[in-house]
Design a protein around this ligand. Structure first.
Ligand code: NAD
Ligand code: UFG
Length: 338
C-alpha cells in the first residue's frame, strides 16, 4: 500500500516507516522537522535497504500538501505529525490547538479532495483522563484531560469520528498509545528529545550516560504497590507493528475502529529503575520529589481488543525495552547530532 506518513521523521513515525517497509508497503514521509532531524531518513534507509521518499512540508500548508498528494497519490495516511510536550502545551495552548487541530483539519480536507479517505491517527491513553477502571478497555469512558495537549487528542478523536459518521467512505482508526519507550535493535534510530526530557525513560538514559545527575521520582505516596506511578510501557517497535496490523481496518466499510496499543502490564517508576539497572549494570541515582501536577496514579491497558481483531500483541518485555533504549542512547549520546 502507498502510505503517506505525517510526522514520519519523529520517534514513533520513523520506527513505523521501518516496519512498513519490512512488511512490503511503500511509505512516504512528510514532516516539517520541527522536532526531528532529516538524518533519520538516511538511518531508516540503512536499516531497510530501501529508499524513503521525504517531503519537508507542514500539515498546515495546504498548497504543499496538495503537491505531495498529487505526486504520491497515497491510498492511506498514518498521521503522527503534531506537538506532544504536555508542559509546553499548558504554556502555549494556542500553538497546540492551531498545530494539532488546525493542521489535522487541513490534512483531512486535502485527503478528501484527493479521494484518500483512509486514516490511522495517533491518539493517546491520555484521552481516558483519570481512568474510570483498570485495566483500561476501549469501552472505558473518555475523561477530563489535564492539559491542552491531551485535549487536542480527545477533540481530534471526536472530529475524525464525526467526519467518518457523515461520510461512510471514510475508514478511520484511532490508536490510543500507552507509554512508548525503547528503540530499534540497530541502535541507529530512537527518541531524541529537545532539552531536558519530560518522559521517564529518556530521563533515565540521560542520567545513565552522565548528561543528567539523578532522576527525580515524582511522588511516592500514590495508591500503588510502591507508591510511585504505574504505567503501561510498550516497546516502540511493537507499537510500530501495531500500525502495520491496523492497516487491515482500512478496507471499504470498516468505518471507525478504536484500539489501545499497550502491553496490558503496569510497571512503577521504581520498577523501571530496577529493570534498567538489571539490564545495563548501571546504577541510577534518584531522589523522591513531590508529585507532578496532572499525573495520575495508575494507567495500564487491556490489550485484548487489538489482539482479537488485529492479531497484534506486544512481543518485547521490559528488559528488551531497557536494553534497546540504552543501546540507542549510549551509541548516540547527542541524538542525531552524533
Ligand atoms: P515526535 O515529536 O518525535 O514526532 C512528531 C513529528 O511530527 C515530529 O517529527 C515533528 O517534526 C512533526 N511535526 C509536528 N508538527 C508538524 C506539522 N505541523 N507539520 C509537519 N510535521 C509536524 O513525537 P512521537 O513521540 O513520535 O509522537 C508521534 C505521535 O504520537 C504524536 O501525534 C504524539 O502526540 C502521539 N503520541 C505520542 C506518545 C509518546 O509518548 N511519545 C504517546 C501518545 C501519543
Ligand atoms: N516520572 C518521574 N520522573 C520523571 C519523569 C516521569 O518520576 O522525570 C514518572 C511520572 O510521574 C509517571 C511516569 O514516570 O508516573 C511516566 O511519566 P512520563 O512522563 O514518561 O509519561 P506519562 O504517563 O506522564 O505520559 C506519557 C506521554 C503523554 C501520553 C501518555 C499516554 O508523555 O503524552 O504517556 O499514556 F499522553
Amino acid at each position: 500500500m502507498r502510505i503517506l506518513v505525517t510526522g514520519g521523521a519523529g520517534f514513533i513515525g520513523s520506527h513505523t516507516v521501518v516496519e512498513l517497509q519490512e512488511a512490503g508497503h511503500e511509505p512516504f514521509v512528510l514532516d516539517n522537522l520541527y522536532n526531528a532531524s532529516e538524518k533519520v531518513i538516511g538511518r531508516v534507509e540503512a536499516i531497510t535497504g530501501k529508499k524513503v521518499p521525504f517531503y519537508k512540508v507542514d500539515i498546515r500548508d495546504r498548497e504543499g500538501l496538495n503537491r505531495v498528494f498529487d505526486e504520491v497519490k497515497p491510498e492511506a495516511v498514518i498521521h503522527f505529525a503534531g506537538l506532544k510536550a504536555v508542559g509546553e502545551s499548558v504554556r502555549m495552548p494556542w500553538e497546540y490547538y492551531e498545530n494539532n487541530i488546525g493542521g489535522t483539519l487541513t490534512l483531512v480536507d486535502v485527503m478528501r479532495q484527493h479521494g484518500c479517505k483512509n486514516i490511522i491517527f495517533s491518539s493517546s491513553a491520555t484521552v481516558y483522563g483519570d481512568p474510570a477502571f483498570i485495566p483500561i478497555t476501549e469501552e472505558c469512558p473518555k475523561g477530563q484531560c489535564t492539559n491542552p495537549y491531551g485535549w487536542t487528542k480527545s477533540m481530534l478523536e471526536q472530529i475524525l469520528s464525526d467526519i467518518q459518521k457523515a461520510d461512510q467512505e471514510w475508514n478511520v482508526v484511532l490508536l490510543r498509545y500507552f507509554n512508548p519507550i525503547g528503540a530499534h535493535k540497530s541502535g541507529t534510530i530512537g527518541e531524541n528529545p529537545n532539552g531536558i526530557p519530560n518522559n521517564l525513560m529518556p530521563y533515565i538514559t540521560q542520567v545513565a550516560v552522565g548528561k543528567l545527575e539523578k532522576l527525580h521520582v515524582f511522588g511516592n505516596d500514590y495508591d500503588t504497590p510502591d507508591g510511585t506511578g504505574v504505567r503501561d510501557y510498550i516497546h516502540v517497535v511493537d507499537l510500530a507493528k501495531g500500525h502495520v496490523c491496523a492497516l487491515k481496518k482500512l478496507t471499504p466499510g470498516s468505518g471507525l475502529s478504536i484500539y489501545n496499543l499497550g502491553t496490558g502490564v503496569g510497571y512503577s517508576v521504581l520498577d523501571i529503575v530496577k529493570n534498567f539497572e538489571a539490564a545495563t549494570g548501571i546504577t541510577i541515582p534518584y531522589v523522591i520529589d513531590p508529585r507532578r501536577a496532572g499525573d495520575i496514579a495508575t494507567c495500564y491497558s487491556s490489550a485484548d481488543k487489538a489482539h482479537e481483531d488485529l492479531g497484534w500483541k506486544a512481543e518485547n518485555g521490559i528488559r528488551e525495552m531497557c536494553e534497546d533504549a540504552w543501546r540507542w542512547q549510549s551509541s548516540n549520546p547527542n541524538g542525531y547530532d552524533d
